[in-house]
Design a protein around this ligand. Structure first.
Ligand code: DON
Length: 579
């Protein structure tokens, strides 16, 4: 990849990057970009772009690398979604969501009295779904990749084998998992060196078992995971630990290419993930509804604005609960209706601008999600774009794995509705489309999204955050398309979340003034403050100036681009780490 950057852009970049150490930043590039949650992994993707790989190649290499560097969410033991748009604006998606094992049943989390057994669907060996990540990456490569598969997996093999500096968030997790009272032997030994000592910040963390598993995937492709030695060991581990995933489940797993959900907003085209994610449908439904409002008279973040946004969310989440699930098991989902402009009109008319609606818990509800998923956005020099979100569900998933294989299993089965017909206002949900069934995919909220302008990729966006994903992506897309906000401002703008049930507006600290809070409460809303929502990672393409602008929310932005790796490394790496 050529790196014809002017010194001016480098200076601008440096100045901005320097600020990011304290707060947050945007950055620019001409030749391609990778935005992910780990610097080393973003850099891995950039190296692939420099080698001549396209956005799909870079996303695959970054995702394998995140398995090594970000084991709380980066994974080969979980699943997720890719939205891909080529430089001509043609979009497609890859679904590699986990599946329920063949032995799963719709009452598998209930006791004899038919009551939900506390925690069984979220934190137990029975919460593990059949992993989809390797199949998804493999399918994406077969259909749209350009470099060899081995070239894309090799960097992760090297990172696992040779090690990388143990960072602060890993060290904090190690502190939690290695406490004496933690009886989870897999996680207890996960963050230790060969002599059994817990790793300290900056020490090299080597993962030899993971390196071996990744090498098999490198050499045998998808079969390196779903057949042979790895499959055999997963099967064996499941048998020894009371799990229900078998070799047959692994052999039968297939990633699926699906048509994206498509919507429009004032001339822009929105492409996002269809079921088994609910993200795309809910996003388009909310954008359609917002298109009907007049923002010359509704001021950004005023009480009317927050009310309208919350009411749009309430409705989209109610529809999500009622209708959405795995499309292979729900052949009649009204996707066309839910994403139509006509339906948005009906929904819009129901909103009373002076009063909060009431979410009816006798009908449907929502559960809160776990803490960890990760998103990456990529654009290459030709303008191809990838929006990629994958997850283990909770942070470190089920917190279980085979020590011989070195990776963590998901706990995604918790995303199914656990108890048929039982819906509570706190939000346990019991609707039919998302009940457990053998080989079914559980409903997701992940919302990898690409917006095109004049038929070409313009905005690439996504986030972790469970149910909040849909709403943080929605507000970011809306901020850019309606208010023409720059991507960094759109991402940084404080946000709200309403998910129908529990019936409350969750708002980011400092968003609402005391007066606005009082007014919203007087309208009938319940408010709950939260420190932050989401961790958005976005890229926009300025077609006139032909540059990319990227941003990752708050915390510590980690963005890499061709040509300036060494500088980035200095800026983003505390001095101690470079020793
Ligand atoms: O697929 C889903 O919607 C959830 N399993 C995602 C979980 C999640 O985002 C937790 N992270 N922050």
């Amino acid at each position: 990849m050529n790196s014809n950057k002017s010194s001016i852009s480098t200076i601008v970049y440096m100045a901005i990057a320097f600020c990011t150490l304290q707060l947050s930043a945007q950055t620019y590039a001409k030749n391609g970009m990778v935005v992910s949650s780990n610097y080393l992994s973003s850099k891995t993707g950039v190296a692939i772009l420099k080698k001549g790989g396209n956005a799909i190649d870079a996303a695959i290499a970054t995702a394998f690398s995140l398995t090594v560097t970000l084991p709380s969410a980066g994974n080969i033991g979980g699943g997720g979604f890719i939205v891909f748009m080529n430089s001509e604006g043609k979009a497609t998606t890859i679904d590699f969501r986990e599946k329920a094992p063949l032995a799963a049943t719709n009452d598998m989390y209930l006791n004899r009295e038919g009551n939900l057994i506390n925690g069984l669907n979220h934190m137990s060996v029975k919460a593990i779904g059949v992993p989809g990540t390797v199949a998804g990456l493999y399918l994406a490569h077969q259909k749209y990749g350009t470099l060899s598969w081995a070239e894309l997996v090799q960097p992760a093999v090297d990172q696992a084998k040779n090690g990388f500096p143990f960072n602060w968030s890993l060290y904090e997790a190690a502190g939690r998992f290695t406490k004496e009272e933690n009886k989870n032997s897999f996680m207890n030994s996960y963050f230790r060196d060969e002599s059994g000592e817990v790793l300290q910040p900056n020490e090299l963390w080597k993962q030899p078992q993971l390196a071996k598993t990744l090498a098999l995937i490198r050499d045998k492709g998808k079969n390196g995971f779903y057949k042979g030695e790895v499959a055999k060991k997963i099967d064996q581990w499941m048998k020894e630990n009371g799990g229900i995933i078998t070799k047959k489940d692994l052999k039968k797993y297939k990633a699926i290419e699906r048509q994206p959900i498509k919507g429009t907003y004032k001339g822009y085209e929105i492409y996002s993930m269809p079921p088994p994610s609910s993200g795309g449908v809910a996003l388009v439904e909310m954008m359609n509804l917002m298109e009907l409002a007049n923002f010359d008279t509704i001021e950004f973040n005023s009480k009317e604005y927050v009310h309208l946004v919350a009411e749009a969310m309430r409705r989209a989440f109610a529809d999500r609960a009622e209708h959405l699930g795995d499309p292979d098991f729900n052949l009649e989902m009204p996707l066309g209706k839910l994403t139509s402009k006509e339906f948005a009109k009906k929904r819009f008319q129901e909103i009373d601008m002076t009063r909060a609606s009431v979410s009816d818990s006798t009908k449907f509800g929502q559960l809160y999600d776990g803490e960890s998923t990760t998103h990456l956005s990529v654009m290459d020099k030709d303008g191809n774009a990838v929006s990629f979100t994958y997850t283990l569900e909770y942070s470190y998933g089920s917190q279980m794995g085979s020590p011989e294989l070195g990776f963590i299993f998901n706990n995604e089965m918790g995303d199914f509705n656990p108890q048929s017909g039982i819906t509570k206002s706190n939000g346990q949900i019991g609707t039919t489309p998302n009940l457990v069934a053998p080989e079914k995919r559980m409903l997701s909220s992940m919302t990898p999204t690409i917006v095109s302008k004049d038929g070409k990729p313009y905005l690439v966006i996504g986030s972790p955050g469970g149910r909040t994903i849909i709403n943080t992506v929605f507000q970011t897309v809306f901020n850019v398309l309606e208010f023409n906000m720059r991507i960094d401002n759109a991402i940084e703008a404080l946000k709200i979340h309403h998910q129908w049930l529990p019936d409350q507006i969750v708002y980011e600290k400092h968003l609402l003034s005391p007066d606005t809070r009082k007014s919203l409460e007087a309208m009938g809303h319940t408010l709950r403050e939260r420190n932050n929502l989401g961790a958005l990672m976005g890229i926009t393409f300025d077609s006139e100036k032909r540059f990319l602008r990227a941003h990752r929310i708050r915390h510590n932005p980690i963005v890499a681009r061709p040509g300036i790796d060494s500088m980035l490394k200095r800026l983003f790496t505390p001095r101690e780490l470079t020793k």
